[in-house]
Design a binder for this molecule. Structure first.
Ligand code: ASP
Length: 318
């Protein structure tokens, strides 16, 4: 008789580098508390027999609502001061996937991505078409201002006026530098039936050109799940797209016989830096192994198994 691995959920709130300002432990605590709350909710769902797809959907839902992260409320601004959000979800058991990109009015982009997966024959819908589709399924639409926060507006101002940045005098708002931080959110999970799923959501990168689509809604680049592993990425999306990072990790395990840890470490610590790619990813495999590598100074991250008494969370390197 084979025993199933214990269900597990891992999440991230973006990778980045430490800021020029003072390290603020209170802010780190706020991030870790937020991550821990989401992990507890995801763990409970899995421990109650819920499936991996529902666990990652719930986790990303909660992270999108938290203004600390660059997804949903708290998303970054484009060059023109607008918001364009991307999200994707993938069910590893069936290879079904759904994604939306460049949406400005869907309150919870991940739910829209899941609706695309479950209620259309497509994988990716963008812009106004995606919004109309979401509305038709009763998903909540909001005015674009709903996503705005003063912190993100300030980041756009700083990004557009780099000459005004004085080294050492940046605002110490987080342990990771918001100019260099990619505060995307994501979740991967393994459930009691051995099924895997991945979900990711983001506002993209500050000061991006309107119309730019990152890696996360592109299945295989920033988000991927199959029967081998589930992957959710964060970082400089253009590089993750070129190397189809999320799928590449799964392929190295399936075809190359690498362990989850070896495959993720190789891609994040060797392949990506060699081409200038900065960031990290979270991954879980069908055996319940978890790997959370990043090549930046930090990545908001954590995981919790169904039988863990408390979640594990971290912001900077161990
Ligand atoms: N990868 C995302 C993008 O390029 C950004 C991030 O991870 O924060 O849109």
């Amino acid at each position: 008789m084979t025993t199933r691995p214990v269900p597990v959920i891992a999440i991230h709130g973006g990778a980045g580098s430490r800021g020029p300002g003072e390290f603020d432990p209170n802010i780190e605590t706020a991030y870790r508390d937020a991550l821990a709350e989401v992990l507890r909710a995801g763990r409970q769902l899995l421990a109650d027999g819920g499936n991996a797809l529902d666990a990652v959907s719930l986790a990303v839902d909660l992270l999108e609502d938290c203004p600390l992260f660059n997804a949903g409320h708290g998303a970054v601004f484009t060059r023109d001061g607008t918001h364009e959000l991307d999200a994707a979800v993938m069910d590893g058991a069936t290879l079904r996937a759904g994604a939306v990109a460049c949406v400005s009015r869907i309150r919870r982009p991940l739910r829209a991505a899941r609706a695309v997966m479950e209620h259309s024959k497509h994988v990716l819908l963008v812009g106004a078409g995606a919004e109309a589709f979401a509305e038709a399924f009763g998903l909540e639409l909001v005015e674009p201002e709903y996503f705005s926060t003063e912190l993100r507006r300030e980041q756009l101002r700083r990004a557009q006026a780099p000459a005004l940045l004085v080294p050492g005098q940046g605002a110490a708002v987080s342990p990771l530098d918001d100019e260099l931080k990619h505060g995307t959110v994501g979740a991967v999970a393994l459930d009691a039936r051995g099924h895997l799923a991945a979900a990711t959501s983001t506002g993209g990168v500050t000061n991006k050109l309107p119309g730019r689509v990152g890696d996360l809604p592109l299945i295989g680049a920033g988000t991927y799940a199959n029967r081998v592993a589930a992957i959710s990425c964060t970082g400089t999306g253009e590089y993750f797209i070129r190397y189809a990072v999320a799928h590449d990790v799964c392929a190295r395990i399936a075809y190359g016989g690498l362990t989850l840890q070896a495959a993720t470490e190789h891609v994040v610590m060797e392949v990506l830096p060699a081409i200038g790619g900065a960031g990290g990813l979270i991954a879980v495999d069908a055996y319940g192994n978890v790997s959370l590598p990043f090549n930046t100074e930090g990545m908001y991250r954590g995981y919790m198994r169904a039988d863990d008494p408390a979640p594990w969370t971290a912001c900077l390197a161990d």
